[in-house]
Design a protein around this ligand. Structure first.
Ligand code: AMP
Length: 360
């Protein structure tokens, strides 16, 4: 969206994707007087509960995409694997920002190249298109390492770890383009979450230390350890360059490994992020609200942290069945459940944020 007057209350925001990120985005949009319309293929589209209307159509359904576009004043996404061809069906003037950010982030090789060109450092990596490439990559980069599909992976899916030793240990090239990365010996993981307005203003939230299990985020905490604090500035500088280079509008996330030799870029998500859920209660303005503000041309909100400590944990799979017990805890546990029908193993069902003392 070009710099223009703010969208008046009552305007309609279109959201590609139907997951919990869209649901929480729509809840923030509603608070600011906007209505949302979602678009995603049929499935457990929990964002629909918070939307005034929802298109359950295939990404390639041109008629549905045109009808969706006609109803929206601005269109954004909550899911980085929305096919670029679907986004391109939306008139450019109605897009919060160009789909270039999606194009880059959808391909692990492209995103690493993009970030390296801007001065960032990524893990050693090689493209793998065949069994021979995989053998060559193991030879050149060594083990331990991780073979990842270049596209469509999330929450640890499409990833295979190769432990120490010189053999692939049963890991096989899966027949589609992959990247083989050397394993980064990190001290901690953290993310930089920023919001960028159409006029180029950028604000950052504090960086939580993130813990992953099996490739999926399980916990984000503040304060982060000293090694993260020391590396946040350099990581922010890089994230700001990425946002500017993409002329990005909205919330953008870059994930990093904090290593003894400085921050190593892992991946980016051109969207609100699981490691930013704590901002709903923990920051002056949440990532969801600031995303809405940015795409609607409203002034950005303060991003300062309000509490001395923050602990956000995901509620995964069957943990959701007992989640309400959290409400009986002392303190201020903030429970969020996403309304998903089926508590499948490894599925993010909700999260809980616990906060410490309020900062003056
Ligand atoms: P990704 O989907 O690339 O974000 O990977 C999910 C998680 O797997 C990361 O947050 C790390 O915990 C771990 N991981 C991925 N790639 C690497 C790597 N090259 N070295 C060490 N850990 C990794």
């Amino acid at each position: 969206m070009a710099e223009s007057a703010p969208l008046p209350p009552g305007s309609t925001i279109g959201i590609f994707g139907g997951g919990q990120l869209g649901r929480m985005m729509a809840m923030s949009a509603m608070q600011l007087g906007y209505r949302c319309i979602g678009y995603a293929p049929a499935g457990d589209n929990v964002a629909a509960d918070a939307c005034a209307d929802f298109f359950e159509n295939h990404w390639a359904d041109r008629e549905a995409l045109s009808a969706f576009a006609a109803k929206c004043d601005v269109v954004t996404w909550e899911f980085e694997n929305v096919p670029v061809s679907a986004v391109e069906r939306i008139p450019a003037a109605r897009l919060a920002c160009a789909p270039r950010a999606l194009e880059v982030a959808q391909d692990r090789l492209a995103e690493k190249r993009f970030v390296e060109d801007l001065g960032g450092r990524a893990a050693p990596h090689l493209r793998v298109e065949s069994d021979e490439d995989f053998a060559g990559a193991l030879d050149r980069i060594g083990t331990p390492g991780i073979l990842k599909t270049a596209r469509d992976g999330y929450d640890g899916k499409g990833q295979w770890r190769v432990q120490g030793g010189s053999e692939a240990q049963g890991v096989r090239f899966p027949g589609r383009t992959c990247i083989y990365e050397g394993f980064v010996d990190f001290e901690a993981e953290f993310s930089v979450i920023l919001v960028r307005a159409a006029d180029g203003e950028i604000r950052f939230w504090d960086s939580t230390a993130n813990t992953h299990e099996g490739g999926m985020l399980v916990q984000s905490v503040l304060p982060a350890p000293a090694i993260v604090e020391e590396q946040v500035e350099a990581a922010r500088e890089l994230a700001g360059k990425v946002a500017d280079a993409l002329a990005y509008v909205g919330v953008l996330t870059l994930e990093f490994f904090a290593t003894k030799n400085g921050p190593v870029f892992n991946e980016m998500a051109p969207r609100v992020h699981n490691s930013g859920h704590w901002t709903i209660e923990g920051a002056a303005t949440s990532q969801f609200e600031n995303h809405v503000r940015a795409i609607c041309g409203l002034p950005l909100g303060e991003t300062a942290t309000r509490f001395a400590s923050i602990d956000m944990r995901n509620i995964v799979g069957e943990q959701a069945l007992a989640a309400h017990e959290i409400l009986a805890e002392e303190g201020e546990p903030h429970l969020h459940l996403y309304g998903k029908c089926e508590a499948r193993e490894g599925r993010k069902m909700g999260h809980v944020t616990r906060v410490g003392a309020r900062l003056p």
